[in-house]
Design a protein around this ligand. Structure first.
Ligand code: UGA
Length: 480
């Protein structure tokens, strides 16, 4: 790898969404020249002017450092494609009505690239796409008259989590490259050489993360089809782990065991692993729901019964409903009840509300006539697009403002700042000290000893109905 170490490669990234923007900033960070293209002129102007459209740790630092130097933004795909050695396609692959991935953006970009290129390029699919997409991109480019020896199509899926995408990119568990020719795989190996050689981790000003110079990430070279399947199967497996632990949580709840203990006990088995075994209100986001459906669809298309994924989806839906019923069991009736909500994004650490279980629950509560005061450290603006502020929906600027005089407080995502709440202050801020925690952020014993009625997911005693006498007729604490 050492002969690749100092090589700076010119890379075009098509698409400036989560994946495209993070990949662009990180490729520049590891020494390449990057041209990030988007057909949204307003977005490109924002990026050129120093705006940062998404909430992502370390992204502002990287964009500020590399913008105007190694990293530029443009709408001119033709010029960008001609200048680059590798062209990464990172456009959206939304879910179609049938559950399959809608690849029309990928198709359009591939055609435009084909009409632009005049020298050898490696075209790399970075978007999450079903198996065979690589073949389709190749066909589209050939149909546009590009000779076979002027391009290769490779697959390089990403495994970035929103919120930690920069660290995930620069300190990955693995880098997967699906390529059919040495020419294509050599270029991709050279692109990632600063990471795989450990060189990046020796730099004094690197973005910190788990990888070290003597423990660089492996690069797995596969066929293009295997790389495509690795991406879908990884997300489907992680979603399966979450649905699995959520059902186990429901068993724990009924049996009087603590799912946190159970999860720890299962996770200590190195064959299973401790990650993605946190019970809660179900998974959301722009990836798991869409990718589980798309992978199920792939299975159907190739004649394989993947009923397991149907169950994963069903359990996920049911988990939100169970939580909603838990809130009902604590409040008895809903109409006119004031409910404080902490968390609107699909998880903590992001402003993304796509497929957010939190928003789903809030919408159900509004439908039942509740009055919501909601706080999220980053997702307010985006949430307002789905649930505009109004008589039943107030957006507030602190967790305590959400709790103010509320009949109950719901915790719907796992922002770190929620774990650091002043619980005594929370207690006297609430009208009734009821906390219903969909993310198991607090210790039930501590919460009970502080006088809260505390319900969480899969922990002892929670299947018991709330005792209305103790909750509603408990002596009110002193006001401050
Ligand atoms: C996910 C994958 O983790 C990434 O590897 C992948 O690259 C990305 O999708 C993608 O395909 O682009 P992300 O959607 O950002 O990343 O979010 P996760 O951190 O994976 O969480 C997904 C959902 O599962 C969230 O709603 C989260 O709260 C929930 N979750 C996660 C649980 O309920 N329990 C857990 O133990 C873990």
């Amino acid at each position: 790898m050492t002969n690749h170490k100092a090589e700076s490669i010119t890379i075009t990234v098509v698409g400036s969404g989560y994946v495209g923007l993070v990949a662009s900033a990180c490729f520049a960070e590891i020494g390449h020249r990057v041209i990030c293209v988007d057909n949204d002129e307003a977005k490109v102007r924002t990026l050129q002017a120093g705006g940062i459209p998404i909430h992502e740790d370390f992204l502002p630092e990287l964009l500020n450092q590399h913008r105007g130097g190694k990293l530029e933004f443009t709408t001119d795909l033709r010029a960008a494609a001609q200048a680059a050695q590798a062209i990464f396609i990172a456009v959206g692959t939304p879910q179609s009505r049938t559950g399959s991935a809608d690849l029309s953006f990928v198709d359009a970009v591939a055609s435009e690239i084909a009409r632009s290129i005049d020298s050898y390029k490696v075209i790399v699919e970075k978007s999450t796409v079903p198996v065979y997409t690589n073949e389709w991109i190749r066909r589209v480019i050939e149909r546009n008259g590009v000779p076979k020896d002027l391009f290769d199509v490779a697959s390089n899926p990403e495994f970035l989590r929103e919120g930690t995408a920069v660290v995930d990119f620069l300190h990955p568990d693995r880098i997967v490259v699906g390529a059919a020719t040495d020419r294509a795989s050599d270029l991709l190996k050279a692109i990632y050489a600063p990471l795989t050689s450990g060189e990046y981790y020796a730099a004094g000003n690197r973005i910190p993360g788990p990888r070290q110079q003597d423990e660089p990430p492996p690069l797995l070279l596969t066929s293009t089809k295997a790389a495509e399947i690795i991406k879908h199967a990884s997300n489907a497996f992680l979603a399966t782990k979450i649905s699995f632990i959520n059902v186990v949580a429901n068993i724990c709840e009924a049996a009087g065991a603590d799912v946190e203990d159970v999860s720890r006990g299962i996770g200590m088995d190195s064959r299973i692993g401790s990650k993605f075994l946190r019970a809660g209100i179900g998974y959301g986001g722009s990836c798991f729901p869409k990718d589980v459906a798309a992978f199920r669809n792939v299975a159907e298309l190739v004649g394989v019964d993947f009923g397991l994924l149907h169950e994963v989806e069903r359990i996920n839906e049911e988990q939100k409903l169970r939580f909603f019923q838990k809130v009902r069991s604590a409040l008895w009736t809903f109409r006119g009840k004031k409910i404080g909500v902490l968390g609107l994004a699909f998880k903590g650490g992001t402003d993304d509300i796509r497929e957010s279980p939190a928003l789903d629950i809030v919408q159900r509560l509004i439908g039942e006539g509740c009055l919501i005061s909601a706080y999220d450290p980053a997702a307010e603006e985006r949430a307002k697009e789905t649930i505009p502020p109004g008589p039943q929906m107030r957006y507030v600027d602190s967790p305590y403002a959400a709790a103010q005089d509320a009949d109950a407080l719901l915790i719907l995502n796992d922002w770190k700042e929620f774990c650091e709440l002043d619980l005594e202050r929370l207690h006297y801020t609430l009208r009734y000290p009821i906390v219903i925690d969909g993310r198991n952020l607090f210790d039930p014993t501590t919460m009970t000893s502080l006088g809260f009625t505390y319900l969480s997911v899969g922990r002892p005693g929670l299947s018991q109905p709330v005792d209305p006498i103790s909750v509603f007729h408990a002596p009110k604490k002193k006001e401050r």
